[in-house]
Every structure is written in structure tokens, then in C-alpha cells.
Write a protein that binds this ligand. Sequence first.
Ligand code: MEV
Length: 435
Amino acid sequence: MEIDQFFKGFSKLQRDQRFERLLAMGALSKADIDYLKAGGVHDLALADNFIENSIGYFQLPLGVATNFKIDGVNRVIPMAVEETSIIAAASKTARWVNQCGSINTETEGETIIGQIQIARVANFQALEELLSENKTQWMAQVNEQVAASMVKRGGGVEDIQLRKVQGVDDHDMAVFHVLFNPCDAMGANMINQVCEYLKGPIEALSGEKVTMCILSNLVDSKLTVARIEMEGVDPEMGEKIQEASIFAESDPYRAATNNKGVLNGIDPILIATGNDWRAVEAGIHAYACRDGQYRSITKWRYSNNKLTGIFRAPLIVGTVGGVTSLHPTARLCLDMLNVESANGLARICASVGLVQNLGALKALTTVGIIEGHMKLHIKNLTLGVGANEAEARPLQKKLEQLLAAKKRISHSDAWQILQALRGQAATAPQETSPI
Ligand code: MEV
């Protein structure tokens, strides 16, 4: 069945009906549903394993973005996020993409990067010579001693390079880059161990002092790519989306907001699957300014009725180990995604980020962002002013009418309407109360 059919009317269903639909699709099991209905993870002892000084859990809303078909495979996308309208925009835009196009992904390059720093190198040239004499042996040694399991799977250390970086007090700094193929794993722990191991022979043979060893989050040697191609897009809309893209490609002020919109699609999946979203954010932002200017990580072009979009950036994630395996909600979300590898998860994230970006550009260049966002934000406003169950619906209706007429609504509008509904004359309070 086509994915749009699976999800027909999904957003209008009651929660129990949504569960039934996801059960029928095989995205959730009965046990998953019981777990979610019970409110998710409560195991305080488990929290102690994750972090220090734990006092509980911070729960974010968990939803699913619908209508995603990536590389020809239907996917249910779990998203843990607090911001209204992200999931709605992703789902609606994914339906549009399905109707007239497709999403395809790939991984460019295989290796992640570990860094070994010598802050004050005594003799850079001698270090270069040492590396060229010993590289093959060091790689064989570390692959056997530290990365044997990865070598068996076709990965391991593939190269060691040396870079000269400006140090302090006019001292040169030497930085080894260890290029490591983690196959379909994330590889963070492994690359750190590899670098720590190499520190021994480097120091012993060179007499230099290694300052530190750590992976780099700017993994420009392994990029995740997602592409959208759509036929028959209205020329005016296609041109506007291209213009919005060029704005973000050229102007860092716009690029920051554009990329935030892309990350609206990516971070919620990272959170839902227990991934380190700070690492991904750091990598993406560093890559976005690789030529010295911060730019968009997506690009849209329109020609001959065809709209094409591309996301290309480092997106290093994991599907095994740490929180991804131990946190029951993260496990449930990974099962729901049905991903086979870390690279597969990265490609899904890139696709959702690109779709989210398309949804934002479409809204921004047509009706504007307020209309869709505020429509959905009305429920938050209703709760925020303290409407009870009986008041909520009439208040929402009045706010919808006001939004349609005025094109904007605020917390004080909601409060005033609520007071009118309650038959009280009152003055609107401040949006945030001083403490
Ligand atoms: C809001 O969360 C995200 C947007 O600002 C993204 C964009 O401007 O492209 C709408």
C-alpha cells in the first residue's frame, strides 16, 4: 500500500486510533503501545546509569511524522520535540514530495576523523618523515590491536595524515588526522581508542609530546546526502523556492535560520533515538562555514518544471550502544524506524531535514510562516491562559476567527477572549510574569 494511504487522516485520529494504525502497519507492537500509554520510561535507576546527580526524567512530546518514503521504503518517523507545527509541516510536505517526486539518499566517503595534537612540535619535518616511514606499520598495528573487529567487517584505520596548524607564540602545532572506517557503526569510541593507542608509538619514536587525542565532529570525509526531485511544480513557486535557497546560500543571517529549519527535522529524530544531537549540530554548523562564510546546507534549484533539492553535510549517528540501546523509548523509536545501520539512520535524518526545509521555504514564499504555525499554536495559547475543558473549544474557535481576520494573535488576545467568555471585564496580563 502507498504510504499516503497508510496515513490517510492520521492527524485527525484520536490517540488510541493512531496506536491502532501504527500497530496495523507494524510500526509499534502491543507492548510498545502499553509502554507509551503508561507514560514511557520511569526507571530512576536507569537514569543513574546515564548521567550523574540524576533526579528524574525530562519528558518531551513524542510524535510521528507521516508520509515519508525514502529510497523507495516507507518509514514512520519518530520525533521528540516541543515546537508546534514541525511534525505537521514535515508530514504535509512529505505527502507533496510523494505526489510528484521522490527522495533518494547516499553516503559520500567512509571515514571519520580522529585528531592527535602535538601543541608545540619541535621538528615538523622530522615528524613528516617519521610518518611516511612508519605509517603502514602503525596502521597494521592499531588495526590488529584495537580495531580488529572493525577490520573483519571491512573497516579500520585507512590512512594517517599530518597537518601543520598555527600554534601559540609562533610555535608550529602538528596534528595527525587518523582516518577510520567504522563501517555501519558510529565509531566514536573506537576512533578515540585508536588515537590513544597511536599516541604511544608516535611519542616513543619522535620524542615529541602528544597534547591530546579526540575525534573531530567536522567529518568532511564522510557526508550524508539526501536529494529530492519533483516534477510539475508550479513555476512561480519553484522560482520562489530557488530564490529563497540562493538567499540562504549567500547570506549568513538567512543561512542560520534556514539551517535551523533543516535541524527542526533532524534534531527531533536524534533525540527520539537517543543520539548525541550536539555532535551532529557541531558538525553541520562547522561544515556550513567550511569556506570561511556560514552558508546553507541545503540547495534548491528549479528549471523545466523540475524542482531539485539537496542536503549534503556530516551526520554521524549511532544505532547501537549507549543510550540508543539502553533507553527503552530510544529503542522503541529505532525499531519503529526499522533502520539497519547508523548510515541508514543518518540518511533518514538528512531526508527529513531536507523535507522540513522545503516545507518552510514553501510556506515562507507563499502564505508566510505565521498562518500555519499560529493555527497549530492556538492550542498552546488556550492552555497558556488557563481555559478549562468546556472553554477550550469556543476559545479556539474565536482565536481562529481572529487569526483569519487580523493575520496575528497573541497571548493577550487569548486572555481577553477567555475573560469575555467568562463574562468578566479584565485587563490583559503580561505575557511573562515578573518573579
Ligand atoms: C522555525 O522554527 C523555522 C523557520 O524559521 C525555518 C526557515 O526560516 O527556513 C521557519
